[in-house]
Ligand binder design. Sequence first.
Ligand code: DGT
Ligand code: MG
Length: 378
Amino acid sequence: PTNEAEVEVFSVPSYACQRRTTLENRNTVLTDALSLLAENAELSAEEGRGVAFRRAAAVLKVLPEPVTDMTQLKGLPCLGEHSLRVIKDILENGASSEVESTKQSERFKALKVLTGVFGVGAKTADRWIREGIHDLQQLKDSRQTLNRAQRAGLEHYDDINQPVSKAEADAIGEIVEEAVASVLPGAQVTLIGGFRRGKLTGHDVDFLITHPEEGREVGLMPKIVSWLESQGFLLYQKTIRNSYLESDDGPARPCSNMDRFERCFSVFKLAEDEKRRAGQTQSHHASAEDGGLKPWRAVRVDLVVSPISQFAFALLGWTGSKLFERELRRWAGHEKTMSLSSHALYDNTQRTYLRATSEEEIFAHLGLDYIPPSERNA
Ligand code: DGT
Ligand code: MG
């Protein structure tokens, strides 16, 4: 639609789960700026501010044209005063002073570097910064006790912070398929996360594993992990047990906010020739080490096992994007009085669980048009 002044005015629904967000983005300058402020807020334990910036960026991602004038933003949802100020700054001055000063700030740079260590969250990084640790050398020199994840994260820092390509994700996929087929024939492996949404790179590779016969998936994760370990594919792994059924301390109790699937956080050792086997011809990543070429790289891989009865919810819940997931749950709660998790959908009015065997059914239960994975890139 066009207003009287011939300025393009856009109309956008307010929940990201009502919108089709492809990877095509005409406003990357603006969305990169808002995403950086979101990241800074998240790293500073200001989750609310982080979400506000993420929502604002997500609205700009669906606009069909680059924004050139503030009047084009009239009536758009989720653009708060702060986000509008940042956008205005960029449109008028080519850059936002707040974004630029955040980028330059020692604190932000230190938070980024330290949380780049696998196993280090914002809270730990903040504590280290207060103790005067701002970079990896200072971390190594300090006598901080690191846990197993953090030690692996530090050891493989460069690899883990290099984006994973789709070819590498596919190569890992073949290895996971082989592991799963060896330990439980008939079990199914599905690529989830950003790669399922069509992203060309990712920070990790995520897989969901299930078996068409309910119950057959019980105890599957340790078997997969043992197989991978025996073949030398794992540099690090930590498997989180189903905390609902097997709690170490005291009686089993449901923890509604937490995921109760078996989950494995791992670091894979991906050999260059595994990549070639999976169809990639050239190796673009072989770094010099010990005077020779390192013929492999470390890749972060997450595995999740779900019973088939929950598969559709797990698939929807683990495909992302993170904002899309958050918005689905907000829509369910605020607009439908339902509770959505990666396990189930509960109707709080009818007091009943709503079954689903496909993502399409879940969108239908929620009264939403179906949005395919490639359009969930909010
Ligand atoms: P990436 O890996 O940075 O390229 O991007 P994504 O979208 O693959 O992000 P990632 O790998 O952090 O997470 C994949 C999706 O899985 C994400 O959209 C939300 C979901 N997810 C991640 N961690 C959890 C969790 O602890 N619980 C639940 N329910 N979902 C999670
Ligand atoms: Mg991922």
